[in-house]
Ligand binder design. Sequence first.
Ligand code: BGC
Ligand code: NOJ
Length: 811
Amino acid sequence: MKFGHFDDSRREYVIETPKTPFPWINYLGSEDFFGLISNTAGGYNFYKDARMRRITRFRYNNIPVDDGGRYYYIKDGETVWNPGYKPVKTDLDSYECRHGMGYTTFTSSKNGLTAQLLAFVPLGYKGEINRLTLENNSTEEKTVSVFSLREWCLWDASDDMLNFQRNFSTGQVEVENGVVYHKTEYRERRNHYAFYSVNRPVDGFDTQLEDFLGMYNGFDRPDVVFTGESKNTIADGWQPCASHKNVITLKPGEKQSLIYILGYCELPEAEKWEALHVINKKPAKAMIEQFATCEQVDAAMDALRKNWDRLLSLYNVEIKDEKTARMVNIWNPYQCMVTFNMSRSASYFESGVGRGLGFRDSSQDLLGFVHQIPERAKERILDIAATQFRDGGCYHQYQPLTKKGNNDIGGGFNDDPLWLIAGTAAYIKETGDFSILDEATPYDCNPNDTGSLLEHLSASFNHVVDNKGPHGLPLIGRADWNDCMNLNCHSTTPGESFQTFGTADGRVAESVLIAGMFVAIGPELVELYTRKGMNDKAAAAQKEIDAMRETILTHGYDGEWFLRAYDAFGAKIGSKECDEGKIFIESQGYCVMAGIGVEDGRALKALNSVRDILECEHGIVLQQPAYQTYHSNLGECTSYPPGYKENAGIFCHNNPWIMIAETVIGRGGRAFDLYKKIAPAYREEISDLHRNEPYVYSQMIAGKDASRMGEAKNSWLTGTAAWNFVAISQAILGMKPGYDGLTVDPCIPASWDEYTVTRMFRGAKYVIHITNPKGVEKGIASITVDGTAISGNVIPVYPEGTTHAVEVVMG
Ligand code: BGC
Ligand code: NOJ
């Protein structure tokens, strides 16, 4: 069952009912100022950091779900309704929500009045624009009252939720010409305030939520709206909000627009005040002037659209399967941008207060994103690297506002360091910018203690070399990619954090996944050393990689598949000897991606085991058999009920590792079948089961042991986005950026006869037409570039601004 449809020509998902199986959201903003917006206009805003600079309030995990947002109440006679249906939930005569690239629109109607609400964050602007357009489609003149509502959060979202003994006495606002300025804590240590404006004189306002709603009322029954009269309250403590009242008279057929701005301003200390207790409103006024008219709004929307035209033209496929095209050309790169911006902080499953940016997560996000905004990728790489310690270890997370590592979670996740090498290599291959390796980069965020980025990468590599266990495999530390396999934690007391309890420095528990990563990612560093003329280092590193490969074959293979780990007592995990957790996905993916066992058939066997044991109709589960009981030696993964999350859920993030691994052994049909199982566009028809948005990946789909098999959780912020883009764009469609050019190496279903990829690479345009006359899955018979045959499959780097026609015949 579907609840909407894709409109590919406008790059929108069109939601046809407000009653989706879960709030289906979108993200506004692409640089510093962000908003989350659901299909009922719920959500919130923040500047840079969802925890430390929260602008509007949201009560997560609330009943009813998704309460609080950008609300516009229309009072037309005795009827009160909202263009987004919530919060009043009056039955609408029509409703439509379109989520597009960085904007959302609602078009709804009731009793002859149509309301269109457009919400977006203009490029380069620290604010969200909401344009509400009312059109009278009846034959009578209509006079309606429009009440807006936003609720202020007191900046630190965590403090805002917890510390109301203080907060109830701190709230402060000013109101001038109908603009509400939120200035809580501005009189002491803050140098920022927010404002909410509307572009015409108001007929009333409110800033005290309790008075606006009436004590004991919800957002669905505000006193002010239902009586039709604003109370002109000035918040003093308690819960500040911002509401405007505007009375609008519309002749039959007439249309009028109101432009609301939620903006954020920062001021230097010396310019903070106009007078005692009167904030300096100049920057807000300048922002308000920028969007006083519909023409200004239209121009900014146009600029936003053009920006996405450009971003999405960087990689484009023309292919018969429209679902693949829609994922590759629109929604997958869009989700990659969002995950890059948000990391794992703010979604409808992540509160925004718990986690900043993850070292591992952000490094992987780069893999799918770097071609879109290489300059920002570069900045991100250097920020991440700056949270690394001299010994190569690193903070697991850091806050985007301060760029400092989070002490709460600390470090000791031993896969983290290697992801920095992977992210940096992806950046250099895409851009050819080797100079990034020479950037002086702090250790532990200390500007007085720096090393070049290349030195950081060496430290990453050596962190594995210096931390091996009894079998010569890498020590796992707190955990590897699987945050919930906590082999040194051994917690038996409720409430202890699986991620921080126990030792990070266990000397026995080892990870075959990290070993596979080392063999897969290590060669990138060897290559960089070689290109820098550091041949001794290259040779030494290569020796370590070769040794690790042998160690995996000796101690990391279990007969039919790769082992997963050894626990703190030296016992095998992911072995046929285990009763539960006999086989795990991660090590099969990474070891085969590293090419281990490809020559002697062990890789093939491992992937066949994945197919036979782990795969189901909704994707590949993380392990089997699921753990039925809690095992303190394995940690959090065994704390989930069977079939969910890291206990045998379909963890979508590493399904593409298997897709890529399948292309390593040449099985394009298998790879694409796996792609279709989890790609959201292919699951749209089962939206009632899947429940999450059909236009973006979710982190997890409940696995075959779960009673809710096929139901997705944790949409949007997941490494799944980047990795699936890598799998489809590089491994399957076959365009692999390299240091010296673009390698063309498709691995596709035999039934595909042709497709065309247009890819920008280092400023030149490559139009690559692939034909498959013999119906093969892999292998190239010939390539011509601009009519001339080339040998090999690396298309060279061409001057910026040139266009090249590449004809590839498979066979
Ligand atoms: C989640 C993981 C997450 C970990 C660390 C766990 O509860 O299942 O997905 O990585 O917490 O935050
Ligand atoms: C989600 C985390 O963000 C990611 O870092 C981790 O690898 C997966 N969960 C698996 O535990």
